[in-house]
Design a protein around this ligand. Structure first.
Ligand code: AHN
Ligand code: ZN
Length: 336
């Protein structure tokens, strides 16, 4: 049989052309691939849990960050310096807030704006103060002492500081505001025998939601991190978030599952929690999702360490910080 060499050569060239063309398309699409599950994904910088862990420890090393104390002031200064170091435009809201017992709290909400000129924005927040009481302790005397709040306070801030560091290295497509709320945890203690007063928790976020750091502030949505560092933590879908920000809840839990963190983020309903996100939504009208540890086995629902002296560095696990940090970054970097 006589072979048609020109035809074979032409066919080979065509094959080469198709293959190289396909390669080019793959290169061009490197920043926006399609995962096996079919969801679009962008290149997300790698969250370093060991770095987040260090930021948690550095806060705890100041001691309890209770408003009107030297440790609180020093830690606030540290947070401002860190956000500046990571290239944010920093705003500090200083105000006096009235506590449940009429104590005047010298409070500071600390805000770091990334890509401040973009109109497409996402809010990431956590409270940075720690509780003046250990009112979940059995002993009356211990109840009156302030807690270290490694998980309840420092963990969410530590995760957000690491996200800030990553955003300086590789910016997401949208603008991001990191807000550290003050005076979240000065709420009415269980041993209080005086008159009941509503809305004694989340004083810093109530103030910010009424008087945002820039006039007419808006964001597509917010994510609140609260108790996101505990060993073996589970983040059930918090029910206020589910009612007021259901699309964002789905987006976050889907992202967590895509990354392999389904054991940390069960797609099951938790309880409803009064936390900063409630005021962000009801006063500033920004849907906000609370990622908060829910432990169905514990009496309080928040874990046995909650508002006790066990809330120290011993219960902090980098694996939990990692699951939360990666999930939040996956969501933020996929916003267009
Ligand atoms: C109440 O206990 C009312 N809300 C929980 C909010 C909170 C306290 N988060 C951390 N500490
Ligand atoms: Zn608390």
């Amino acid at each position: 049989m006589k072979r048609n060499y020109p035809l074979i050569a032409a066919a080979l060239m065509l094959v080469v052309a198709i293959v190289s063309c396909g390669n080019k398309r793959q290169q061009a699409g490197a920043a926006e691939e399609v995962t096996a599950a079919g969801q679009p994904s962008v290149e997300v910088p790698v969250f370093h849990a060991d770095s987040a862990y260090r930021y948690v420890k550095e806060q705890v090393d100041f001691g309890p960050r209770v408003p009107n104390t030297a440790a609180h002031r020093a830690c606030g200064d540290y947070l401002i310096a860190k956000l500046k170091q990571f290239g944010a435009k920093v705003y500090v809201q200083e105000t006096d807030l009235v506590a449940y017992d009429n104590t005047m709290l010298k409070a500071r909400n600390i805000i770091g704006a990334f890509n401040p000129d973009s109109r497409r924005r996402v809010l990431l927040c956590a409270h940075w103060d720690s509780r003046p009481y250990a009112d979940s302790e059995r002993s009356r005397k211990k109840q009156k002492e302030p807690i270290l709040g490694a998980n309840d306070g420092a963990s969410g801030v530590g995760v957000l500081l690491e996200i800030a560091r990553q955003m300086q290295q590789q910016a997401p497509a949208i603008g991001v505001d990191i807000v550290f709320f003050d005076a979240e945890d000065y709420g009415i203690p269980s041993f209080h025998r005086g008159e009941y007063k509503p809305d004694t928790w989340c004083l810093g976020s109530q103030y910010w939601a009424r008087v945002p750091h820039v006039q007419g502030y808006n964001a597509r949505f917010g994510i609140l991190l609260d108790m996101v560092g505990g060993r073996g933590a589970t983040f059930y879908r918090e029910q206020f978030s589910q009612r007021t920000a259901s699309a964002q809840v789905k987006k976050i839990w889907d992202a967590a599952h895509r990354l392999g963190f389904s054991s940390f983020f069960p797609k099951e309903d938790g309880t409803e929690v009064t936390d900063d996100h409630v005021y962000v939504y009801s006063l500033a009208r920004i849907p906000c999702v609370d990622i908060i540890n829910y432990d169905p086995q514990s009496d309080t629902g928040f874990g046995d360490f909650w508002h006790t002296h066990d809330d120290n560095m011993d219960i902090i696990d980098p694996a939990t910080l990692n699951a939360v940090g990666r999930t939040v970054m996956e969501v933020v970097y996929n916003e267009k």
